[in-house]
Design a protein around this ligand. Structure first.
Ligand SMILES: [Zn+2]
Length: 475
């Protein structure tokens, strides 16, 4: 008995720290004192500031501010305060994914299709109500012309009308177009979406092309690489992985500028695909990276089964082309929004992939400040254009939503500091570093426990091709 007690007590601190995530902090009046602010409206710093937050909004910024009684003071001690980050193309809908993203400074996401209904209707409402920790999520309903990629099929104007009704009834924020829509279905969807006030985002539709899609008012191109499939001349048959002629970039820039259309600058997505193209060993390596602790266990099964590792040739020329493309878009002032496609594509772990994308943008030639804009101000402006009823986000300014990240160093000198925030504020709720670490550890513990319990399952009675209990008809 005494022995057991000793063991129990020895374990308690560990269990206590890891068994449950901390409760979601309440919205409070919070003052960040002695912080350098990167407001992200332009490339400047406000040194030695106090930033006051009340009821989920930034209410004042100044060198000295009168603080209301009961203000919770966060002593920045010269740390750097900037807007929370946004991942504007992902497919993350797990409760754990929400905690991981928050811990990495992400306070806004755009889910680009195939979210579970429980996420659309319930999980994100729980986040908004402060019952669960995570970023604010916008969700797009993915539609296509065939069931080939697993999306909802829209064949004609009748389907388009019904689809918009379903999208609105279920609280979707946008429609996401996929590759095989017919031109008729495309035009009907655009008309219905316009009437409903729902923005349309998407891939290039093969039979329509980005030129017409942008003319028709598509609000956002979902990947940089869509221009390979629906704008630039196709690669020759004898060299299918060839990159377009860089001279074609000018026309793409002109098209985007003419319509003021932003692009998801997801360099990390195509780079991940290129890295694993014909390389099963690379996919196996992804599962041994440190961030794989935070990858939901089902992706350990689905990633190695994805087709890219079985492909032939190399995408290196296209990767190099996209770097030049993104530089040209940046130089021309086309709004770029960071996105990742996590975690359907092997190698892209939610949250971590956004930081990898920012690094990739810097490698391609953007400054760290320009890269930061793609994950702060530019997504904030995109959201504001389509939802002017919501508080502005992506900047640190009076009246803006209180989504903030506190980091040790000036991220313009190196983005690595963003990967380990001193704290994150989401919708006015303050999560200090210790709280975030506990949430991350809780997720890793849950995934480890799931893997361990799967290994402990007894063999199915009766053998054969499945668990006997399922076959006997038990629920
Ligand atoms: Zn996607």
């Amino acid at each position: 008995m005494r022995m057991w007690l000793l063991v129990l007590f020895a374990c308690l601190p560990v269990l206590g720290a890891g068994a449950q995530p901390p409760p979601v902090p309440p919205r409070q009046t919070v003052a960040f004192v002695d912080v350098h602010v990167l407001p992200m409206d332009r490339d400047r710093v406000l040194a030695g500031q106090t930033v006051l937050v009340e009821d989920g909004r930034i209410v004042a910024i100044g060198e000295t501010l009168p603080l209301p009684p009961q203000t919770q003071v966060v002593d920045g001690d010269g740390a750097w305060l900037l807007p929370g980050l946004a991942d504007m193309h992902n497919h993350l809908d797990g409760r754990q994914d929400m905690a991981v993203q928050l811990a990495l400074g992400i306070t806004t996401t755009l889910h680009m299709g195939e979210a579970r209904n429980s996420f659309v209707g319930r999980t994100r409402a729980a986040v908004a109500a402060g019952e669960q920790a995570g970023p604010r999520s916008f969700v797009a309903l993915a539609v296509d012309g065939s069931p080939r990629y697993g999306h909802l099929v829209v064949r004609d104007a009748d389907d388009a009308r019904a689809t918009l009704r379903v999208a609105q009834a279920n609280g979707y924020d946008a429609l996401k177009l996929y590759n095989t829509l017919s031109p008729d279905a495309f035009e009907a969807l655009m008309a219905e979406a316009r009437a409903a006030g729902l923005p349309v985002v998407g891939h290039g539709v093969t039979e329509v092309g980005l030129q017409r899609q942008l003319e028709a008012g598509m609000a956002l191109v979902a990947h940089l690489e869509e221009f390979f499939y629906a704008f630039f001349p196709p690669a020759p048959d004898d060299d299918p992985n060839a990159a377009p002629d860089p001279a074609q970039i000018e026309a793409a820039v002109a098209l985007l500028r003419a319509h003021g259309t932003p692009v998801v600058a997801d360099l990390v997505t195509y780079r991940a695909i290129a890295a694993q193209w014909g390389r099963p060993d690379v996919v196996a390596g992804f599962l041994h990276r440190p961030e794989a602790r935070y990858l939901p266990p089902q992706f350990r099964v689905s990633w190695p089964a994805q087709g890219y590792a079985g492909r032939e040739g190399s995408l290196d020329r296209r990767v190099a082309f996209l770097s030049g493309f993104v530089r040209a878009l940046q130089a021309a002032g086309v709004p770029l929004l960071s996105g990742t496609d996590a975690q359907d594509i092997p190698g892209l772990v939610g949250g971590f992939a956004l930081h990898d994308n920012l690094d990739a943008l810097v490698e391609a030639g953007l400054t760290p400040y320009e890269a930061l804009v793609t994950a702060t101000r530019a997504p904030g402006e995109f959201v504001h254009r389509h939802r002017p009823d919501l508080a502005l986000s992506g900047v640190v300014a009076p009246g803006a939503r209180a989504d903030l990240v506190l980091v040790r160093a000036d991220p313009r000198d190196g983005l690595a500091t963003l990967r380990q925030p001193l704290g994150v504020m989401a919708d006015g709720r303050w999560y200090p570093a210790g709280d975030l670490a506990a949430r991350l550890e809780d997720v890793a513990r849950q995934y480890r426990a799931a893997a361990d319990s799967a290994l402990d399952l007894p063999p199915a009675a009766g053998g054969g091709d499945g668990p006997a209990r399922w076959r006997s008809g038990q629920p």
